[in-house]
Design a binder for this molecule. Structure first.
Ligand SMILES: *Cc1c(COP(=O)(O)O)cnc(C)c1O
Length: 392
């Protein structure tokens, strides 16, 4: 191949590789596009015919059952989006006003927002170069330094606040190092809650992501691996928490045939039945989507391995990743070309995106506590997400 041609410039080389891997007959290739080629129309039609399009109906129950079966958790509760799933997962884990919650500095803003809804404080951790999730080695050393354990709870020596939970994110679908993070949580008396919004279909050591934490959150937004238009789910293996999750996300209504009575402040966070129809049809197709996306990832990997200056982010050896968003990482020498690569590819109709800005660089989170973020700062400048739809 001509990738090594010394005369061609680096952004053009990246574009050539992408063009080689991607279909040639399309004018525009988005980053991630949903595909509805299963039973979506059949289920939507049946749902409309039944008139039960709103807050109750059999598709919600069916979708929750299917999620339980697929992920292996005891209880899945469908809600209106991933952010509300995170909000309630954190609340049920007893995250309270003033508590600190450890999360990676590199994530989508919803992770930090959900913590803020409870008047709790995001506490930012550095990430690991390979998996892009929280670096557990660094976190352990950090907690040995700043953590103070009193009466089975962990306090931040610097701020005096309780550190309640660790909230790893499985960034772009690649599982964080859950075993190690779990051990850290046990040692430091912290609760593990997973932001598995991007990782439906990803397994760590044979067990589904979202099935490791006390509670976890999934998202079915339009750009995720399956979609319900908008949607999310709370996962837990604790039956009591599962029942509470259902209750509190459905306005905390006492079940009764006609009486309206509510026993606590509830949330109207439930997923409408009409959205759940899409969930059922999409979940039936999930393994097919994952296989297609893994094949695409392999093609990218082979192609990008042939050029210097860039690395394709591969799944960790202990995991099966859903490869939700394929990612390339520029090396140090080429990091300054990132914006030019973004411009070259987007101009050519191939949609690419930089990483999210690090959470502590956003105005509302700049004063939050955090550890040294050298790796996250370095990675943020070098990440480029490339087209990842299942049908490419
Ligand atoms: C998408 C996403 C969310 C939020 O999900 P919504 O359904 O959009 O509310 C949370 N965290 C991460 C890491 C995400 O990618």
């Amino acid at each position: 191949m001509a990738y090594m041609d010394k005369t061609s410039n680096f952004p053009e080389t990246i574009l050539t590789v992408l063009k080689d891997v991607l279909p040639k007959d399309r004018k525009f290739i988005p980053l991630h596009e949903p595909k509805f080629n299963g039973k979506e129309i059949e289920y939507v039609t049946a749902c409309i015919d039944s008139t039960f399009v709103s807050s109750v109906g059999k598709y919600v129950d069916k979708f929750e059952k299917m999620l339980e079966e697929y992920t292996g958790v005891k209880k899945a509760v469908a809600v209106m989006n991933g952010t509300s799933a995170l909000h309630i997962a954190l609340k049920l884990a007893n995250v309270r006003q003033g508590d600190e919650v450890i999360m990676p500095a590199l994530t989508f803003v919803a992770t930090a927002n959900a913590v803020s809804y409870l008047q709790a404080v995001p506490h930012f951790a550095d990430i690991d170069e390979k998996r892009l999730g929280i670096d557990p080695v660094k976190l352990k050393e950090y907690l040995e330094d700043i953590g103070d354990i009193r009466e089975e709870e962990c306090y931040n020596k610097k701020t005096g606040k309780r550190i309640k939970a660790v909230l790893p994110v499985h960034v772009f679908g690649h599982p964080a190092e859950l075993d190690f993070l779990n051990a850290i949580c046990e040692k430091f008396k912290l609760t593990l809650i997973e932001d598995a919004a991007e990782s439906l279909g990803s397994f760590y050591k044979g067990r589904h992501t979202g099935n490791w934490g006390k509670l976890s959150a999934l998202s079915f937004n339009g750009n995720k691996i399956i979609t319900t238009g908008a949607g999310g789910a709370i996962l837990t293996n604790d039956e009591t928490l599962g029942i509470q999750a259902k209750h509190i996300t459905t306005t905390a209504k006492n079940p009764h045939k006609w009486n309206f009575s509510h026993n606590q402040i509830g949330y109207n966070y439930r997923m409408p039945n009409i959205n759940a129809t899409l969930g059922c049809a999409q979940l039936e197709r999930l393994e097919y989507f994952v296989e297609k996306k893994r094949t695409l990832a392999k093609r990218y990997m082979t192609a990008f391995n042939e050029i210097d200056g860039v690395r394709f982010v591969a799944e960790p050896e202990d995991s099966r990743s859903n490869y939700w968003l394929n990612t390339i990482l520029l090396d140090k020498k080429h990091a300054n070309l990132r914006d030019l690569i973004l411009k070259t590819t987007n101009t050519a109709g191939i949609m690419t995106r930089p990483a999210w800005k690090l959470m502590p660089s956003l105005p509302m989170y700049e004063h939050c506590p955090g550890m040294d973020l050298t790796v996250a700062e370095k990675m943020e400048k070098r990440i480029i997400n490339i087209p990842s739809s299942a049908d490419l």
